[in-house]
Design a protein around this ligand. Structure first.
Ligand code: ZN
Length: 317
């Protein structure tokens, strides 16, 4: 756009009323989403090195289709065409320019109906997109936790929200408030472990807080020099002995008092942020709990801007 045209446009903005401003904002947000989305897509296109079907590096550019660069695999046994999104979770999603906006909605923790409205898609589409992203985040855990690692368990009420059939126990009586409908009295344990120096956080639903159920989740991720700080539960001491990892138990009644390096304030604070963030959802269905934990990890990991772009990058691998 020419400089004079921009100046003219900016001048016109000055005379907008409130309703017009909100319309312009919507157009700008959509436009920004498309620009950011295309930046991420372009990065991905520039990094294409191998065929996603067979792994061959013998590939050639083959024009473009739907605004995306096409490639053709030159391996004799394969010969398939693909683009930068082939083989990624976003490959079959239409309207890819809306994904950055969807990622923004997730960063803002918008509800499904609000997300649907903002994206101009149906409720079902918004639901499907959200859960596709959530599945990506669910198992994205830190590969290793080093140095001082604070570990603790936190609990969430078991919930069968949204499940109409196959309930393991009789449905709630009439008159149960909507907020607690489908919540049982069972508590689902979640292990949270935080690398104090890097802030890398593991959060995972576990079967129980017994050593045998914590072991496969926690122990493979601890480096040899790790020092585990916990609330003093015997399960961790058992695991420490078995794996040769130093374990320090901090008595629970010490609360938030710090005594030098021996504390679990970091993981406690994380638990509190997690609980606070989960609260407005009023009891996440247990089958989605792991996904929501991943969602929160992603949001909590980096307070800087550009979350939406990072989510898209994560989705593209
Ligand atoms: Zn191939």
């Amino acid at each position: 756009m020419k400089r004079t045209e921009i100046e003219k446009l900016l001048g016109q903005i000055e005379s907008l009323d409130a309703e017009e401003i909100s319309k312009v904002k919507k157009v700008l947000a959509r436009r920004e989403g498309r620009v950011e989305g295309s930046v991420v897509l372009q990065e991905k296109e520039e990094s294409v090195e191998a065929c996603p079907h067979c792994g061959s590096k013998d590939i050639a550019k083959a024009g473009s289709k739907g605004g995306r660069r096409r490639y053709k695999c030159k391996a004799e046994i394969c010969g398939k065409s693909f683009n930068a999104l082939t083989g990624t979770p976003l490959a079959r999603l239409r309207m890819s320019e809306k994904h950055i906006e969807n990622a923004r909605c997730m960063a803002a923790r918008l509800s499904i109906p609000k997300t649907a409205e903002r994206l101009g898609v149906s409720w079902e589409t918004a639901f499907r997109w959200r859960h596709r992203f959530l599945r990506l985040l669910a198992d994205r855990q830190p590969e290793q936790l080093a140095g001082i690692v604070e570990a603790d368990e936190t609990f969430f009420r078991e919930s069968f929200k949204g499940q109409r059939s196959g309930l393991p126990r009789p449905s709630k009586k009439r008159g149960t408030p909507a907020a607690s409908r489908g919540l049982s009295k069972e508590q689902v344990p979640v292990l949270v472990a935080r690398d104090r120096a890097s802030g890398a956080t593991l959060s995972k639903v576990v079967k129980s807080t017994k050593a045998k159920d914590l072991e496969p989740v926690l122990m493979p991720r601890l480096t040899k020099d790790a020092m585990l700080m916990t609330d003093g539960a015997s399960a961790y001491k058992t695991l420490g002995k078995a794996h040769g990892v130093a374990v320090k138990g901090i008595p629970a009644n010490k609360g938030h008092k710090t005594s030098g390096l021996a504390h679990i304030n970091n993981v406690n604070a994380y638990d509190e942020r997690l609980k606070g963030w989960m609260f407005p959802f009023k009891g996440v269905a247990t089958k989605y709990l792991q996904s929501y934990l991943g969602w929160h990890r992603w949001l909590d990991a980096d307070k800087k801007s550009g979350k939406a772009r990072r989510l898209l990058r994560a989705a593209l691998g």
